[in-house]
Design a protein around this ligand. Structure first.
Ligand SMILES: Nc1ncnc2c1ncn2[C@@H]1O[C@H](COP(=O)(O)OP(=O)(O)OP(=O)(O)O)[C@@H](O)[C@H]1O
Length: 224
């Protein structure tokens, strides 16, 4: 069974101008997949990820996650499904500003479990931050950290929840070559462990790590 399935998904925005960045996208994501979506800036890649991640509702079409039709769920049900199944690395770090690096991870775990993180989860969180080079910064608040450090915390926060589907919107942005490579290795490890990774990138070298490459343009998704 597919982990995530999109059928004829359309998204329209009605502002000053009518925009239709996603215009009939059908795709499937299997456990263990590593797939990338490329395409020109402003073409709708983030819009597609947000719908896949249950953060934005499509104008029409169906999105199934773990066999559940996300478009038929109310907001509370969608939040529960999302926090159980999806880790999201946003284009901006989107950390909670009043919480330290470690607390941002623990908060994500609390949302996942609906209860305080265990001692073991706390140790795993510290180890994850260490893996991402933040061992000595785990008690710092986001504003006390560099842009690249904040991005690595956001990546750690998505990884720590052990989600079946990891959605990453340009995860290597703001990272130097060493950390970009390390983050790609961590994402690849996730897919090798049976998680699915869907990543937007503008970098050909990182896109080439994917098992399946897609290109979004004019609302249409095609395999590369
Ligand atoms: N809330 C909104 N209201 C109106 N239009 C929107 C809204 N959000 C996005 N758009 C429009 O939808 C289009 C796609 O935006 P999106 O952020 O998905 O692009 P993207 O491919 O991720 O771009 P980039 O590579 O620059 O991050 C853009 O033209 C944008 O202006």
């Amino acid at each position: 069974m597919s982990l995530c399935k999109l059928h004829n998904v359309v998204k329209e925005y009605q502002g000053e101008e009518h925009v239709r960045p996603v215009d009939g996208v059908t795709m499937e994501v299997q456990p263990g997949d590593f797939l990338t979506i490329e395409g020109p800036s402003g073409t709708g890649k983030s819009t597609l990820l947000y719908m896949m991640g249950g953060l934005l509702r499509p104008t029409s079409g169906e999105i199934h996650l773990s066999g559940q039709d996300m478009t038929s769920l109310d907001d509370a049900q969608l939040t529960t499904l999302r926090s159980r199944c999806i880790g999201f690395i946003f284009q901006e770090a989107n950390l909670l500003p009043a919480l330290s690096a470690l607390e941002n991870l623990l908060f994500a775990l609390r949302l996942r479990r609906g209860a305080s993180p265990t001692g073991e989860e706390r140790r795993r969180s510290m180890a994850m931050l260490d893996t991402l080079g933040l061992g000595e910064r785990m008690h710092f608040l986001p504003y006390q950290l560099s842009v690249g450090q904040r991005r690595r915390i956001a990546i750690a926060r998505a990884l720590i929840t052990d989600s079946a589907l990891l959605i990453a919107d340009e995860p290597t942005n703001d990272l130097d070559p060493h950390w970009a490579q390390r983050v790609m290795e961590l994402l690849q490890e996730q897919s090798q462990q049976g998680k699915a990774v869907v990543m937007v990138t503008h970098h050909d070298v990182w896109a080439s790590w994917a098992r399946h490459r897609y290109y979004l343009d004019n609302g249409q998704l095609r395999a590369r």
